[in-house]
Write a protein that binds this ligand. Sequence first.
Ligand code: SAH
Length: 260
Amino acid sequence: MTRTDHVGNGAGKVYLLGAGPGDPELLTLKAVRALARADVVLIDDLVNRAVLEHVRPQARIVEVGKRGGCKSTPQAFIQKLMLRLARSGRVVARVKGGDPFVFGRGGEELEALRAAGVDCEVINGITAGIAAPAALGIPVTHRDYAVGVTFVTGHTKSGGGPNWQALAATGTTLVIYMGIANLAGICGDLLAAGMRADMPAAAIQSGTCEEQREVVATLGLLHRMVVAAGLSSPAIVVIGEVARLAHGAKGEIDASLRAA
Ligand code: SAH
């Protein structure tokens, strides 16, 4: 007798689950097992719908998109819904793109669930900031080129933005989430902070997905080339020597140096 045979009885549970960057084969085995157990699936709009293949036919699927600028489900509503479902004994899979704790508000949701005494389990996913560069062959911490990697958002809650000047001085690869809308400002700030205009850089839209598109350039030309290529969100921006290792990047970087 399993809990899912008796929806509404017993204690519910929430899986805060990362679905990975897009390629449905990058789901973890744990994620697959939790999806197969769920009574209700709350799914973010960045998540590849192919993951729903693992969900039971009788499970309820709720779309809770919140992509910037589009019609969205308020965070407070999502949290209330999760609480209500778990309290009524449902097993809930809260499915997010990438990893639930990397720029995914998983932290806020976990706090709210814990405060309410709801059983909650975090299931990691592969974050886009590693997977999208890797899809081009960029190893974000290659020891010949970087002392580490910094994951940073190009779009902050306050609108203030990170301290690009300090980041430029770290010697780490910069991996920027949600950086496309403000790319001109970000590149300008990094250049103003003294980062070389010929620093290799890449932008990868829909990394690991069938519709993946990318631009490999130099910092000085990245914004212009991203605009010319029409790249848009969701995209990861990588700035650092490691971007030199993108497949076939040498030609593109040389060409952008000539164009600069
Ligand atoms: N939790 C997610 C990130 C959520 S924030 C993770 O760990 O990956 C949303 C941002 O992630 C997007 O604006 C974009 O910058 C990035 N992103 C998510 N999926 C992506 C993908 N397949 N390719 C490129 N960027 C992606």
